[in-house]
Ligand binder design. Structure first.
Ligand code: HMG
Ligand code: MG
Length: 315
């Protein structure tokens, strides 16, 4: 059982973008910055900090340009690979101006989600991705691209794995460095993960693939294990399990970063992340949002800390 596990896994923190894009409350740029700093202190080496999308579509991240500029001018954050979500050339120019070295494109494997999320068909989205990737690569940027709804779409139901294969091949031909496959509505089960990766592995180098699970139906960690067993070593996660997709009704939080790191620690897989400090970042996210987040480890660890403090006070 679990033979040949990788020595290490790369965790990509998407909370400040995928999480905060979905919050009803307005969060100040200063609080977003504090959260990013706390995540960096916990050892997260890759953090998606914001989006350069239309503020009419995602008002929660309208401060993206200001926040990114601030992050890029902070020496203590220089060691972190910071990135932002970019839908088109306009977004790319903003990200470039802020000094980001990595941009994250995004599109969908389902036509209906694509139309609702970016107002484009899959073919139109691919044309935009090609345009932006060409400019970004010529500028020496690292380019990641999300493919959403690879297992299921909130409007169309199950999506055939072949759709992801066709898209991945086109993205690789554009020079995209990494493709993150998204279970946007958290519907996948481990057998589907294995099947998808088996199909992709024939034509896509596994080290160029990441998996992005939402935990809507409680299958995210099981899907990570299936992904690891299939040879994937990059996983997206979100502090405290923040998140969702504004254009995917019912999509609840992403896989919580603390839950992922706790499990990988237990399996003897290195992440470079300090779980105690990550819990501090999760607690900060709860303070900023004024509510409890869905992450299980976070809840358990904060309860344990409280218990230990009460016992300490009694002594
Ligand atoms: P559109 O309305 O079709 O575009 O939106 P447009 O070109 O007609 O522009 C409309 C207005 O937006 C114009 O302004 C543009 O200048 C402006 P106006 O003239 O009306 O004042 N605009 C922009 N402003 C700032 N930055 C830009 C930008 N582009 C245009 N980059 C568009 C098309 C793509 C812009 C829009 O649909 C959009 O911004 N969508 C973003 C949706 C989004 O962020 N969704 C959530 C992220 S995806 C996700 O969560 C899934 C993922 O996590 C993985 C997973 O879970 O599977 C990644
Ligand atoms: Mg997502």
């Amino acid at each position: 059982m679990f033979e040949g596990l990788p020595a290490s896994i790369q965790v990509v923190e998407v909370g400040p973008r995928d999480g905060l894009q979905n919050e009803a409350a307005t969060i100040s740029t200063a609080d977003k910055f504090r959260l990013i700093e706390a995540l960096a202190q916990a050892g997260l080496g890759q953090i998606e900090i914001t989006s350069f999308v239309s503020p009419k579509w995602i008002p929660q991240l309208a401060d993206g340009p200001d926040l990114a500029r601030q992050v890029m001018q902070t020496p203590s954050l220089a060691k972190v690979q910071t990135s932002a979500l970019v839908p088109n050339i306009k977004g790319y120019e903003g990200a470039k101006e802020a000094g980001l070295k990595q941009i994250n494109l995004f599109m969908s494997a389902s036509e209906s989600h694509s139309k609702r999320n970016i107002n484009k068909s899959i073919a139109e989205a691919l044309a935009t991705m090609a345009e932006v990737a060409a400019v970004a690569k010529a500028d020496g940027k690292r380019v990641r691209c999300y493919v959403s709804t690879v297992f299921a779409c909130p409007y169309e139901g199950k999506i055939a794995p072949q759709a992801s294969l066709d898209i991945c091949k086109k993205l690789l031909a554009m020079g995209v460095d990494e493709i993150s496959l998204g279970d946007t509505i958290g519907a996948a089960t481990p057998n589907q993960v294995v099947k998808l990766i088996e199909l992709l592995a024939v034509e896509v180098p596994l080290n160029k693939l990441a998996l992005h699970f939402h935990d809507t139906r409680g299958t995210a960690l099981a899907n990570v294990v299936a992904g690891i067993e299939s040879g994937i070593t990059i996983f997206d996660a979100s502090v405290g399990g923040l998140g969702g997709c504004p254009y995917a009704p019912g999509a609840s939080g992403n896989l919580a970063t603390e839950d992922l790191v706790y499990m990988l620690n237990g399996m003897g897989i290195e992440t470079g992340i300090d779980l105690e400090k990550l819990t501090d970042a999760g607690r900060l996210a709860q303070e900023i949002l004024g509510r409890q987040l869905p992450g299980r480890y976070l809840k358990a660890c904060l309860a344990e800390r409280e218990r230990a403090q009460t016992i300490g006070e009694r002594k």
